[in-house]
Design a protein around this ligand. Structure first.
Ligand SMILES: NC(=O)c1ccc[n+]([C@@H]2O[C@H](COP(=O)([O-])OP(=O)(O)OC[C@H]3O[C@@H](n4cnc5c(N)ncnc54)[C@H](OP(=O)(O)O)[C@@H]3O)[C@@H](O)[C@H]2O)c1
Length: 487
């Protein structure tokens, strides 16, 4: 026995170790392990696969099998440069948009024929890419251009916050000049845009901060009065804030908090006020019965549930304000390499990751990678493939593969020619599939007969491109190494 088959798996004894062949076989059976290899963002068609469960997560790069040459008229191809993780989503472990990534910024490398207003090499931003690829095809409606004043890492860090702030203040809060607004949000860029936009609308901003440094920053750099900045460490904030408004209360309260802190802060809301929840953690039991007797409106905001059109319109409108110079100095992110993705993701999940991190797709980053399958065999349709002994059991199987992979002329050499019905059927099948088939009777151990076969090739101008030698008569002698084989 020269091979052994069980449950569809073929076991073939080999005397020489071939690790490259083993790796290809493992790739084919989906059992290959990743290797750490340099990421070639510019020259390889790769995709980033993720495998996320409640207990673990892993990312790996592999060949982008769906990479296609042509793109749609309204598509844009971008090469990723920076991406931010959807950290808050991860903490509740069910990102509604199905991707662990929040905002991706990339460089345009190809434009569809009907795309206007964009240029090759320009940086653009897109939200929640369902999959990350080195050659990412996106519809024109799902990208926005970066303002000149924003770098690519800043854009990947703050774009979603800008769209959120714009939506909250202009579409939900409907602020008027002189309105009191209380802002308590954990995200730095979100707080930054909410305060700046609210100030621009002439609202009076009250702010809850987490530290003395933040208080100084808002007071000195952003011009908020010290009497309107409150520290989240204080056990009671609602009543002091109410007093600071001259007991009028705040018209709008934007928050990411929940539990007793929420109930306390909500007590400074005016009658007919509006509580806008950005943390998506509020529960009815967090709020006292009295809260529900005061005509207060509650809005819960989740931009990931908005239609693409609404989301990119919001970002576009927010970016117009950046271009007009109304919004200054967005906070800067910390940049780390995409090589750290698995570690960063693990930390983010356990809540240990700062939320100002963006990942850079730096060329040559050492990343976990599944090497690509070898390219499919493509045989020369103008060549002649000689199969000595090819009319036997093995030869006909190999011949079938040759035809599958593009061979269009097979020449069989054997002493008896095609005589059995199985051989004749096989040759007919090859011809039906467009492959020319010739069979020459010839003993390959006989030099004269081989010369005659060579002459036939020459006279017919057949270009011998490959020779597969299957002509053998095996005499099994015991004990054979194969008889002792278990697998
Ligand atoms: N089958 C397998 O799974 C397997 C696996 C590994 C290796 N192999 C080896 O591969 C070879 C082919 O296997 P197979 O199963 O296809 O054997 P096979 O069915 O017996 O086929 C052998 C073919 O070789 C031809 N042949 C024999 N001596 C020849 C010669 N002097 N000149 C021209 N043609 C000659 C035979 O045709 P004529 O008698 O008409 O000349 C026959 O068509 C064997 O040596 C086998 O040990 C086979």
């Amino acid at each position: 026995m020269e091979y052994w088959e069980r449950n569809g798996i073929l076991f073939i004894p080999r005397l020489t170790k071939r690790s490259d062949l083993d790796y290809d076989l493992a790739l084919l059976s989906n059992s290959a392990k990743t290797v750490i290899a340099p990421l070639k963002v510019d020259s390889q068609n790769l995709q980033l696969q993720h495998d996320l469960t409640d207990s673990q997560c892993s990312f790996r790069w592999s060949a982008d099998k769906e990479a296609i040459e042509g793109i749609g008229d309204h598509d844009v191809v971008i090469c990723p440069a920076f991406v931010s993780l959807d950290v808050p989503e991860l903490r509740i472990s069910s990102a509604s948009h199905g991707t662990p990534f929040d905002t991706l910024v990339g460089r345009i490398i190809e434009l569809g024929s009907k795309v206007s207003g964009l240029q090759l090499g320009e940086s653009v931003v897109t939200f929640h890419p369902p999959i990350v690829k080195t050659r990412l095809i996106i519809h024109r409606s799902r990208i926005c251009q970066l303002p000149d004043s924003w770098s690519a890492p800043v854009a990947s860090y703050v774009s979603l916050s800008l769209a959120t702030a714009w939506h909250v203040l202009f579409h939900l809060a409907r602020l008027n000049r002189g309105d009191h607004i209380l802002i308590q949000v954990n995200s730095k860029p979100l707080c930054h845009f909410l305060v700046q936009l609210a100030q621009q609308l002439g609202a009076i901003v009250f702010l809850v901060v987490d530290s003395e440094e933040e208080r100084i920053l808002w007071q000195e750099l952003k011009g908020i009065l010290a009497s309107r900045i409150f520290n989240s460490q204080s056990s009671i904030l609602g009543q002091p804030i109410l007093r600071a408004t001259g007991n009028i209360g705040v018209k709008i309260f934007i928050t990411t908090c929940c539990g007793t802190a929420l109930n306390d802060l909500a007590s400074c809301l005016a009658e007919d006020g509006h509580l806008i929840d950005l943390g998506r953690k509020i529960q009815v039991k967090d709020l006292s019965r009295k809260f529900f007797t005061r005509n207060i409106t509650i809005s819960c905001v989740d931009l990931s549930r908005m239609t693409d059109r609404t989301l990119y319109d919001l970002l576009g409108e927010g970016l117009d304000h950046v271009r007009a110079g109304h919004l200054h100095g967005p906070p800067k992110p910390t940049i780390t390499s995409i090589a750290e993705l698995n570690n960063v993701f693990q930390s983010a999940r356990s809540g240990n990751q700062s939320d100002n991190l963006v990942l850079s797709f730096n060329e040559g980053a050492m990343v976990p990678m599944l090497h690509a399958l070898p390219p499919a065999l493509a045989l020369n349709p103008n060549g002649t493939y000689i199969m000595s002994g090819g009319l036997g059991a093995l030869g006909l199987v190999i011949a079938n593969h040759l035809v599958n992979h593009g061979a269009r002329h097979l020449l069989f050499l054997s002493r008896s020619g095609a005589v059995t019905s199985e051989q004749k059927d096989a040759l007919r099948n090859f011809r039906d599939r467009g492959c020319k088939v010739d069979s020459v009777k010839c003993d390959i151990t006989n030099a004269n007969q081989m010369k005659k076969a060579a002459l036939i090739c020459k006279e017919n101008h057949w270009r011998i491109t490959g020779i597969i030698q299957c002509a053998m008569v095996l005499r099994v002698r015991t004990p054979s190494i194969f008889i002792r084989l278990k697998h």
